[in-house]
Design a protein around this ligand. Structure first.
Ligand code: SF4
Length: 353
């Protein structure tokens, strides 16, 4: 299968008249100035020169901001530049991200004209009270309407949701995932809320009106959401904001993150947490006291089974006095495992003779 590369082009806060309390788009995108069509071209050329795999599928992605909210002329300019690369066969597709209230038939027709393939909508929550509380400026009805139109026009639909918004609970977040699943997205991104400098949320945090989630809390909720999306075969393209010079550990100088569940390997914490739960559940089913177990998984899954800094191996040892041996086999489907008991505790067997 061809590898896919994404050429990211960040469109900062351009045209976004909103001021969501958690957002400082300049920090999140790492982009401080407005971009021009020349910038777009330079970025694409730079990436194309540096992608060695000439067979790879290349997607040009306009991230950040609200692409369809910027002035029409600028949208056309940027899309025109990207479309040239599609026509020349140097890129396969274009992706944009935007707000649900910036989607209508006219906008979708324009995006079709330039062969945009994927549209990601910033949803954040399905709860209108929470949307209002964060000053999103749209409702969940807008999300439903936009999602239907996007699919009706034949685009690939993506959703972005947040975890840990002010006054949002675990149940709100599970409900958001349920509501999104009904709208049949092909992909989702899950972002735990980080408190970013120079945002209204920072003010609320400093005034103790907002308490961010801890890493452990955010991981636990994300595990539930990931399981829900996985069951419906909805691709999860990101969990947690991308690490950049600005989005990094709050203790590092220059970090724009003030507080919140930041972790450099957040996604791995979620995925290895799910593996840990699966292994424990399987072992409990066996109903014997096991000393050593071998788990065989696809090579792609090995790191997550072992856990960040071998966390799963250490935790199984601590909690269950169990040694975990992880082996790989490319024949095993990703996400599946085979489990072999290598050693049982003799005293346990003795007791039951
Ligand atoms: S709509 Fe998007 S870009 Fe605009 S303030 Fe909200 S999160 Fe930031």
């Amino acid at each position: 299968m061809k590898k896919q590369y994404i050429i990211p082009i960040f469109v900062p806060h351009l045209g976004c008249p909103n001021d969501c309390t958690f957002c400082n788009q300049k920090s999140i995108s790492g982009q401080k100035k407005m971009i021009t069509k020349e910038d777009v071209q330079k970025t694409i050329d730079f990436y194309l020169e540096n992608i060695r795999d000439k067979e790879a599928k290349i997607e040009i992605a306009f991230f950040g901001g609200s692409f369809t909210g910027i002035e029409e002329e600028k949208q056309e300019e940027f899309l025109q530049v990207a479309y040239e690369y599609i026509k020349q066969g140097k890129a396969e597709s274009i992706r944009i991200s935007t707000r649900p209230d910036y989607i209508n038939r006219k906008i979708l027709k324009r995006l079709k004209k330039y062969k945009v393939k994927t549209i990601e909508l910033g949803v954040q929550s399905a709860n209108d009270y929470i949307l209002k509380r964060c000053k999103r400026g749209h409702t969940f009805a807008d999300v439903k309407q936009a999602s239907k139109l996007i699919r009706w026009y034949g685009f690939k639909l993506g959703h972005q949701m947040m975890v840990g918004l002010p006054e949002s609970t675990r149940l709100d977040e599970i409900n958001t995932a349920k509501e999104l699943i009904k709208l049949k997205p092909k992909m989702v991104r899950i972002y735990p809320v980080l408190v970013i400098k120079n945002t209204k949320l920072e003010k609320e945090f400093l005034e103790e009106k907002y308490v961010p989630l801890t890493v452990v809390q955010a991981v636990e909720i994300c595990k539930e959401l990931v399981s829900m999306f996985n069951k419906k075969k909805i691709e999860i393209i990101r969990i947690g904001l991308q690490n950049t010079e600005e989005i990094t550990d709050p203790n590092i100088e220059g970090s724009e993150v003030v507080a919140g569940p930041y972790h450099p390997a957040f996604r791995q914490l979620v995925e290895s947490g799910l593996w840990y739960d699966t292994i424990v559940a399987k072992i409990k089913q066996l109903n014997v006291k096991i000393k050593k177990v071998e788990v065989i998984v696809n090579p792609q899954d090995v790191n997550n089974v072992v856990g960040h800094k071998r966390e799963n191996i250490e935790k199984l040892k601590d909690m269950y006095s169990l040694d975990l041996v992880v082996k790989q086999d490319a024949e095993i489907k990703q996400g599946r495992m085979e489990l072999k008991v290598l050693e049982k505790y003799p005293e346990f067997l003795e007791d039951h003779k």
